[in-house]
Design a protein around this ligand. Structure first.
Ligand code: NAP
Length: 249
């Protein structure tokens, strides 16, 4: 699906949209003609820039702050977006934390924090989204990781939360049918973590390179606006990384 797809008439809530991939997802959705709720936690300046650019292009757009590690702020985000923009028919769960804990050093706090942000929040957002849709059509995309279907020992609490989110994607595809389609986007080496160099992660990637951000964006738009008969699918955009055994760097 080209980024120039006509998305007019849709209203999307994108979590973690103040920076990096979430921001690219939000910008592409607005560029396609949809209205936009830009969620952020700390990245207020980035979120406001996305909103400004979307409004300049004629879209309706708002930025909404929420700490998705809390039940209350995760539960109320969809209603806040709906209050600001009316109907919200697309939800993109992109916000996540990604920390390099292992079996040796994972603390209960690190474990709980990853489950809260990376798994419980998408669940609470999806539940609120389904209540908001009340049987009207909609689409959810959960942003996953190739590790979600091939969990290894690295980034342990992150990986297990993403594995749970992959399972949730399939469960909700059935639970929320026929009105709401729920799909997963399992990413690989798209953007190196902001606190790390990127040269290592490409080693196990059969296609031998980092992705272009546009490739992740195109896949997201495909899952949101492409074939309406697609639900419960987990689409890998990882250069084939999930086919190669072994832990990631
Ligand atoms: N980058 C990659 O190559 C790659 C590979 C595989 C999977 N993914 C997945 O793609 C998605 C985006 O990746 P990314 O690299 O762009 O992520 P990132 O740079 O780590 O950004 C994380 C995002 O999550 C938000 N966030 C973190 N903790 C939060 C909290 N407590 N409450 C609310 N929001 C919170 C941040 O918001 P603020 O900045 O506003 O605080 C930020 O927008 C994630 O789901 C990630 O797992 C990325």
């Amino acid at each position: 699906m080209p980024p120039t797809a006509n998305l007019a008439g849709h209203v999307a809530l994108v979590t973690g949209a103040g920076r990096r991939l979430g921001r690219a997802f939000a910008e592409a959705i607005a560029a396609g003609g949809a209205d936009l709720a830009v969620h952020y936690s700390g990245s207020r300046a980035g979120a406001d820039e996305v909103v400004e650019a979307a409004r300049a292009a004629g879209r309706r757009a708002v930025s909404l702050r929420a700490d998705l590690s809390t039940v209350d702020e995760a539960t109320t985000l969809v209603p806040r977006a709906a209050e600001a923009l009316g109907e919200v028919d697309w939800l993109v769960n992109s916000a996540a934390i990604f920390e390099p804990w292992t079996i040796d050093d994972t603390t209960p706090e690190a474990w709980d924090h990853h489950q809260a942000v990376n798994l419980r929040a998408p669940f609470l957002l999806s539940q609120a989204f389904a209540r908001h849709r009340a049987g009207r059509p909609g689409a959810i995309v959960n942003v996953l990781d190739w590790r979600a279907l091939h969990p290894g020992p690295d980034h342990l609490p992150y990986t297990i939360a993403k594995a749970g989110l992959a399972a949730l994607t399939e469960a909700l595809a059935v639970a929320l049918a026929p009105a709401i389609r729920v799909n997963g986007l399992a990413l690989g080496a798209i953007l190196p973590p902001s606190d790390a160099g990127g040269s290592q992660a490409v080693r196990g990637v059969p296609l031998g390179r980092w992705a272009r951000v546009e490739e992740a964006v195109d896949a997201l738009l495909f899952l949101l606006a492409g074939p309406g008969f697609t639900t419960g699918t987990i689409l890998h955009v990882d250069g084939g990384r999930h086919l190669v055994p072994g832990t990631s760097p």
